[in-house]
Design a protein around this ligand. Structure first.
Ligand SMILES: [Cu+2]
Length: 222
């Protein structure tokens, strides 16, 4: 589904770029306000008497996980309407969240002007893991996982773009894409896919224009 570059794309990319740069988030702490959890005190050296101590609790909660699925338009039964499941979700504040996106959809090459969306930003390590899958056996893998900081712009299927936290992650076609991010403070942040993966000649119709959760939704951090 190669789409031509047009003003709608330019607008979305601009919106994304501005929001990513600003780190704006309604009602919340901007990404710039993140602080890493203070490191637990290192254990005493061998010579010191050993009294078991409990590390002071850190302000971060480790190990939150979020699993999302992208169904292709063949699976939804609506031509040109792939969908993220689910679209609205809640996450704890000041937490590290591991996100896995299992994507059954194919690629929509990024047009000129939107190719920066193939690059990850504001995720832990600035990298993500891609494990190819077979649609008929999605819990397995079709190859070894690989770690990437960007995809080939022709091989991006969707993005998970959370402007309020400055996050952009390109989602690989027919694969599990896994990444980690920090939620920061409370916020109600909109996320979007910014790839022209929908209907209409420019790809921004159908699910891209829907406001009921196909290619957008809300992350409530509390
Ligand atoms: Cu999309």
């Amino acid at each position: 589904m190669r789409r031509s570059h047009d003003s709608a794309l330019a607008m979305l990319v601009l919106m994304g770029a501005v929001a990513l740069a600003a780190g704006a988030c309604s009602g919340g702490t901007a990404a710039a306000g993140w602080t890493d959890a203070p490191a637990a005190p290192s254990s005493n050296t061998a010579a010191a008497p050993t009294t078991p101590t409990v590390a002071p609790s850190a302000p971060s909660t480790a190990g939150e996980s979020l699993s999302l699925t992208i169904l292709s338009d063949t699976m939804t039964g609506k031509a040109g309407w792939p969908v993220f499941l689910h679209s609205d979700f809640q996450l704890p504040a000041n937490s590290t969240v591991i996100v896995t996106v299992t994507n059954f959809d194919n690629a929509t090459p990024l047009p000129k002007g939107g190719q920066q969306l193939a690059q990850a930003s504001r995720i832990v390590g600035n990298s993500f893991t891609v494990t190819p899958i077979i649609a008929t056996d999605p819990n397995g893998s079709a190859g070894p996982p690989r770690t990437e900081s960007a995809l080939d712009p022709a091989q991006v299927s969707h993005t998970f773009s959370l402007a309020g936290l400055g996050i952009n992650v390109p989602i690989a076609p027919l694969a599990r894409t896994t990444f980690t991010f920090h939620t920061g403070g409370p916020c109600a942040c909109a996320w979007h896919c910014l790839v022209p993966c929908g209907t209409a000649p420019n790809g921004y119709g159908g699910p891209m224009a829907a406001t009921s959760g196909y290619m957008e939704g809300t992350v409530t951090v509390s």
